[in-house]
Design a protein around this ligand. Structure first.
Ligand SMILES: Cc1cc2nc3c(=O)[nH]c(=O)nc-3n(C[C@H](O)[C@H](O)[C@H](O)COP(=O)(O)OP(=O)(O)OC[C@H]3O[C@@H](n4cnc5c(N)ncnc54)[C@H](O)[C@@H]3O)c2cc1C
Length: 474
């Protein structure tokens, strides 16, 4: 197998080295399962050859971008080949006059935005992992971020894709036009497919004009429920800020500790941003400020100073790593980490998660893209303590039950992978067989990222190793 793969991509781009296999056996989730080999193609042609080879021998292939997924979607649960697509990182074309760019899958989100800036355009999804995550991974996970409220998620920016199918065929889906009604929208089917249907080797993405001006605001609240109410009220007025984010006390204290951010340590903080032409969003900022005050906010800071705006957003995008520093001997378990509910139920969602934390004597931080109804949960636990770990698992079940009760969804942006599969199956019961049928058409030998989504194991805690010593303890 090694010889055949080396003949396709060259010796230096195939590795079965133990360290590589270990590193490529995990992503930003809790799971670990090493591949047999890591292969780094540089072109669609090489991807085609690798897939033909793997399909003929029924070897599992797991496409991989930067490995920042949080639900184990890039973890090779059945071993086989990890296809590292980061060498395919060319921006092939920027066409501002047609409002699109054409890129390879390994292009990093922030790098794409740096290249688009001189044209006066940007690629709107703004994941907090944008410094490293790739376009391929973003499409396969349907990533979104702080600006999805106004500009949509990755799915809304995908116009066309080139995809290598499991049998090695290269197909083109969608088009380079802003609208398209030519039959099945298969490029949309690829969005959120988590590497199970094909390997994306090129994407035509819709880009948007950079807003002329921006203003960012911050407000703090003594009570979390006041912040929840404020968010629902802002959304209900019909104002569409370009971002509306929530951070609770754990998130605030974490960034204070990690960055020395100096934020007031209250129960909740809201960050918001409006963009466009100041003359037109000026009255929206005023309206938002009034709602915040009515709901009990104080210490409201509003700024259009570029440095200050940068500082405010840095605070928000640092929460994920910062929570790991909140308390000694506690790790941040990536579980139920992007639950999403209709915005009008946001307060109930946040309150409910905090009640679940109290009932189970656990520490759970909550923050996220509240204007989209998305809440990140940071379970800060010591998995070596059997009792604490059992309470964590129970709390995760309860969080997902709450989300279903509120009419929400299992994952707002990180995807299903392994760790959310049991809950996804409950949510999508009526569609599982249909999805398995689709998978069979695209990948009859089940080589592409097998045992994920609807086919993931029921007990994911034992199906892979966990990166923390939970299994050993058991
Ligand atoms: C600190 C931190 C902050 C984050 N913040 C956000 C956020 O704000 N919003 C958000 O949406 N997500 C966020 N994430 C999650 C993650 O960054 C996104 O899901 C991202 O889109 C994953 O991209 P990646 O390149 O790392 O993909 P990977 O993790 O490598 O892969 C993700 C999935 O895509 C598949 N895949 C990768 N490339 C291809 C390809 N070319 N063809 C087919 N399938 C492919 C993989 O098989 C896998 O199933 C965050 C993660 C971290 C660690």
């Amino acid at each position: 197998m090694l010889e055949e793969l080396r003949a396709v991509v060259g010796d230096e781009n195939v590795s079965d080295d133990a360290a590589d296999r270990y590193v490529y056996g995990s992503d930003a989730s809790m799971h670990q399962s090493s591949p047999s080999v890591v292969v780094r193609p540089v072109s669609a042609g090489e991807v085609q050859k690798i897939l033909r080879f793997a399909n003929g021998r029924k070897i599992p292939v797991v496409p991989r971008g930067a490995g920042t997924g949080e639900s184990g979607s890039a973890v090779p649960i059945d071993g086989g080949i990890v296809l590292d697509l980061k060498r395919m990182d060319r921006i092939l074309e920027v066409r501002p006059e047609d409002m699109f760019c054409r890129v390879e899958p390994g292009v990093v989100n922030d790098e794409l935005n740096r290249q688009l800036k001189p044209y006066g355009f940007f690629f709107p999804p703004t994941p907090a992992s944008g410094k490293v995550c790739t376009i391929g991974g973003m499409i396969a996970n349907n990533a979104s971020g702080m600006r999805a409220m106004k500009y949509g998620a990755t799915r809304d920016a995908v116009l066309g894709l080139k995809v290598v199918l499991a049998n090695g065929d290269l197909v083109t889906m969608g088009s380079a036009t802003i609208i398209q009604a030519s039959g099945y929208q298969l490029e949309r089917l690829m969005v959120g497919s988590e590497g199970t249907l094909g390997v994306i080797v090129e994407a035509t993405l819709r880009v948007r004009p950079l807003p002329e001006e921006r203003t960012v605001g911050r407000a703090v609240f003594y009570e979390l429920t006041q912040a929840g109410d404020a968010i629902s009220k802002i959304v209900a007025t019909g104002i569409v800020p370009s971002a509306l984010e929530l951070m609770d006390e754990v998130a605030i204290k974490s960034v204070n500790k990690a960055l020395g951010a100096g934020l007031p340590e209250v129960e909740a903080l809201i960050l918001f941003e409006c963009d466009g032409v100041k003359a037109s969003f000026h009255h929206e900022i005023k309206k938002i400020k009034r709602i915040l005050e009515e709901c009990g906010a104080f210490d409201i800071v509003i700024s259009d100073d570029p440095q200050e705006m940068e500082k405010l957003w840095e605070v928000r995008s640092s929460v994920f790593p910062a929570t790991s520093m909140y308390k000694e001997n506690r790790i941040r378990a990536t579980l139920a980490e992007d639950v999403t509910a209709p915005v009008s139920r946001l307060r109930e969602l946040v309150e409910g998660i905090h009640q679940i934390a109290r009932d189970n004597d656990l520490l759970i931080g909550t923050y996220g893209h509240a204007g989209e109804g998305l809440i990140h949960t940071a379970f800060l636990v010591d998995p070596r303590l059997p009792d604490e770990w059992d309470r964590t698992r129970k709390a995760v079940d309860e969080v997902f039950a709450l989300v279903r009760h509120l009419g929400g969804t299992t994952s707002g942006e990180h995807g299903i992978g392994i760790s959310k599969a049991p809950y996804f199956k409950k949510e999508r019961q009526d569609l599982l067989e249909l999805m398995r049928g689709v998978k069979k058409v695209f990948d009859p030998n089940n080589i592409l990222n097998p045992h994920k989504l609807m086919d993931a194991p029921e007990d994911f805690f034992t199906a892979t190793k966990l990166r923390y010593p939970i299994k050993e303890r058991r």
